[in-house]
Design a protein around this ligand. Sequence first.
Ligand SMILES: Cc1ncc(COP(=O)(O)O)c(C=O)c1O
Ligand SMILES: N[C@@H](CCSC[C@H](N)C(=O)O)C(=O)O
Length: 411
Amino acid sequence: MNSGPLTPTSQTSNRLRYKLATELVFIDNSDGIKDPYNAASVPIYQSATFKQSSATQMGEYDYSRSGNPTRSHLENHIAKIMSANRAFVVTSGMSALDVIARLVKAGEEIIAGDDLYGGTNRLLAFLNKSCDIKTHHVDTTSVDSLMPYLHPTKTRLILLESPTNPLFKISDIPTIAAVVHERCPNALVVVDNTMMSPYLQRPLEFGADIVIHSGTKYLSGHHDLMAGVIGVKDEVVAERIYFTINATGSGLPPFDSWLLLRGIKTLGVRMEKQQANAMQIAEFLEYHGFKVMYPGLKSHPQYELHHTMSRGPGAVLSFVTGDVEVSERVVESTKIWAISVSFGCVNSLISMPCRMSHASIPAAVRQERGFPEDLIRLCVGIEDANDLIEDLYSALVLANAIDVGQQNGNA
Ligand SMILES: Cc1ncc(COP(=O)(O)O)c(C=O)c1O
Ligand SMILES: N[C@@H](CCSC[C@H](N)C(=O)O)C(=O)O
């Protein structure tokens, strides 16, 4: 009898042979997963179970919760583009974070940012209440702010977003990783790299132990699926993660794996266009006097640091109007920009994080952490940049966020 779960074939040579734009579309057939017909598009193995030739010796796949060839193809491909030794795909970004959280035992501690995705904050609050796992929320823009909480045995995870969602704070990932590894040999540095995608930033190359992505965002690119991605450096940690995914049944189903594999092929072109559009929109808003949070602008306090780690600033940005009601009117007045949570899609989206993606963070905590209630977040798509700017300009004028008279010198 098979003594345990099958470990699917997700070993990969984590070296990039070509430039990333090439690797994104180049699906390596030397990964041990053979298709008898040499299909150009990896087939969808829509099968829950797999027939065996023996009652005692299982083949490579026995049951899709434990492993599925379409998922394995995707995991190999993702490991390569993330510079990971192993990668796993699960049913959502939150599921990826849940799998990582299961590496932490009761009584151990997590250090995370004071600006982070609302759902992550909610999961960490739940772990505190129900599992005796405490999180210290600190300003991760300063390595010093982590110091008082680094404990040689208790600290288990350091969870970073860089840039953070939604205030675009930058963490010095290599320095934090070096300090943490020196002081807390038991701790793992985890980076939620959703904002950047592996096309712009690969934190495993500069010290992180685990990188996660909400695959719902840039990796898939079309808002037609939910997925989470985990890239891991260390084989022992990878085996624990695989165990949890199989034990809890959170592996990504075959059809969604296929869709995600298809989406990844266009990540490079989408990101280049979205980022170029975002840069124009950030400059437009700054020109009109708004405080804009975007690491592509020289006015960003950590512009230099960000560019030591990343190939670009990405395509999400935030700005404030100075008045919550004005912000609401702006958001409700656009036509092309859809009022929607999420980001990373080919379509442009507009939202108010305090009312939407980050509403699960209690108002008092938001206030304590200096989270502006009038914040507007823009997720820039691939549309024509001038159309996007005109639509935004009309909404800003309609909401009285821009005083046209003053701009014309008539005020
Ligand atoms: C930075 C970040 N991490 C994780 C998640 C969770 O991803 P998902 O919605 O795919 O569960 C999100 C958004 O949802 C996010 O913005
Ligand atoms: N109602 C959802 C909100 C999802 S927000 C999705 C995304 N991460 C974003 O930042 O827009 C929830 O409660 O999780």
